[in-house]
Design a protein around this ligand. Structure first.
Ligand code: B12
Ligand code: SF4
Length: 443
């Protein structure tokens, strides 16, 4: 039996081809391949950089789908199904919107693959694929399953190994798809299994792609203790409340943490309340302490902001950029608040009749990447789109890069930190402009 796994791209640029130069290893496909019995031949195609050979014989196609890639995923599925090849889809979007997905696949997988993928393979072998499978969201790679990293070779992924320690998050931010999928729970992998995985591969620069690695601070401390002798460098995603725990901050630094993607979301308390961003709200004083502590520990922070809350104005968005520049963040993402299906934000905007593109922006032929998909309160959708683009342009201007680079505590802490600053700020800056206004899907 042969299994073909596919990571779809988001779409294409208006007048040229698009290749994602900042692409990272698709961990979910490596894990699916790792869960597959060894007698099944597995191939992986990454639509972000290579063409999919639809005519190559295969017995089953597995596609991973996020909301951003849904339109393209459905196009790919159609190509295979037109050729009589069965398609199964899984991933965040499929789990949150199964009714839509069913129309585009022979089978859908709701939840995490770990417990039920073997049933899919067994049924596919017997040509009796069921229309739907379910695996509860939970612990990653149960029983020490290792991702098939050999499948990533030659695909030009960024030189960092993607891994997971935990899944889910205990918080309940209003816009977040993760909190719906994991129902506010946080699941931990055994530390010895994480260490075995680190040892199983050569690279020592790790990206723990946990939704919030700091959701359980005691567990993160244990992980840090275990990482110290491993002599690795790592980055991850963490909620800002880590800065309230001095012992944890020291441990993160000692264990090789270079920084985290951190959801600052907004610099105004009213917007944080709108977002239900509880890790940021308690004792909010404009992040003065948080930024200081992160710098003291040498963290090269990737600050994530969401724009378009009911209290946001064009002026407040500009002030958010001032704040990010003053804080000398290594990277910052300015994302328009997006109504992801299944989230409380989506339900609220739907009830208030504020959703644009018929409520299904991810499938709408007129929708473009980085456009507002709802009507904000204190500006028009076009003004929000323009303010977000302006924020990105200002934060990523060359003079801003130089200003941010000049920080001895973080970006100038060592030669390797300095080199990584330039490598990633320039790369992500380029990608940002390439993706702006991109159409979803290739057709
Ligand atoms: C790592 C990550 C990234 C990395 C990308 C890594 C990569 N390989 O390219 C970076 C930081 C670059 C990134 C970027 C973005 N991301 Co992101 N990202 C994640 C994160 C944290 C982890 C994804 C992951 O690899 N998990 C590990 C794997 C093993 O788990 P998994 O994907 O859940 O897969 C399991 C199951 O879902 C299932 N499954 C998955 N696929 C399939 C397929 C089949 C056939 C089957 C049977 C089962 C199955 O089984 C798997 C194993 O149990 C998720 C959060 C999350 N929990 O999903 C957000 C997430 C996917 N990202 C999100 C977003 C919005 C983005 C951006 C659009 C942000 C932006 N505005 O620019 C961009 C662009 C995304 C793109 N498509 O290009 C949202 C998507 C929301 C949605 N409804 O789809 C998420 C859910 C975060 C959130 N809080 O809402 N992201
Ligand atoms: S802290 Fe992050 S992962 Fe947790 S619910 Fe909020 S946005 Fe989602």
């Amino acid at each position: 039996m042969k299994l073909t796994l596919i990571k779809p791209t988001i779409g294409r640029r208006e007048h040229s081809l698009y290749v994602d130069e900042g692409r990272m290893e698709p961990l979910m496909l490596g894990v699916l391949a790792g869960l597959t019995p060894p007698d099944v031949e597995v191939v992986l195609y990454d639509d972000r950089m290579e063409s999919i050979p639809y005519d190559e014989p295969t017995d089953l196609v597995g596609i991973t789908v996020e909301t951003y890639t849904a339109r393209r995923a459905y196009e790919i599925a159609k190509e295979y199904r037109d050729r009589g090849v069965p398609v199964i889809m899984g991933g965040m979007h499929i789990s949150l919107l199964p009714e839509e997905a069913k129309e585009h696949a022979d089978s859908i997988f709701i939840g995490d693959a770990e417990t039920a993928w073997k049933d899919v393979i067994a049924d596919a072998r017997n040509k009796r694929l069921k229309p739907q499978y379910y695996g509860p969201p939970g612990v990653a790679q149960i029983g020490g399953v290792l991702p098939r990293r050999d499948l990533y070779k030659g695909k030009g992924y960024l030189p960092m190994s993607l891994m997971q320690f935990s899944r889910g998050c205990r918080f309940a931010c209003r816009f977040c798809a993760v909190t719906q999928y994991f129902d506010k729970k946080h699941y931990l992998r055994r530390i010895d299994e994480v260490l075995t995985e680190i040892e199983s591969q050569e690279r020592k620069f790790l990206f723990f792609i946990d939704d919030n690695i700091a959701s359980n601070r005691i567990a993160l401390k244990e992980l840090c203790h275990a990482l110290i002798p491993m002599n690795v460098q790592w980055i991850s995603q963490a909620s800002l409340d880590v800065t309230k725990d001095p012992e944890l901050m020291k441990l993160m630094e000692r264990s090789g943490c270079w920084g985290n993607v951190m959801g600052f979301e907004s610099i105004t308390a009213a917007s944080l309340r709108d977002a239900k961003k509880s890790p940021n709200i308690s004792g909010f004083s404009h992040y003065e302490q948080e930024v200081k502590i992160l710098r003291e520990h040498g963290m090269q922070t990737w600050a994530a902001f969401t724009l378009g809350y009911d209290h946001d104005t064009i002026k407040s968005i500009e002030e958010t950029v001032d704040f990010a520049l003053q804080s000398k963040f290594t990277l910052a993402a300015y994302n328009i608040l997006m109504p992801y299906p299944g989230t409380p934000l989506y339900k609220m905007l739907d009830e208030q009749n504020r959703l644009l593109y018929g409520g299904k922006w991810w499938l709408h032929p007129e929708y473009r990447f980085n456009q507002a998909a709802f009507v904000p309160t204190l500006m028009s959708p076009d003004e929000l789109t323009a303010a977000c683009h302006a924020a990105r342009t200002r934060f990523n201007s060359f003079s801003s890069l130089v200003q941010r680079f000049s920080d001895w505590k973080t970006n100038l802490r060592s030669l390797s930190r300095a080199l990584s600053f330039w490598r990633y700020t320039l790369l992500f800056r380029k990608e940002l402009y390439k993706k702006h206004g991109m159409r979803f899907g290739l057709k």
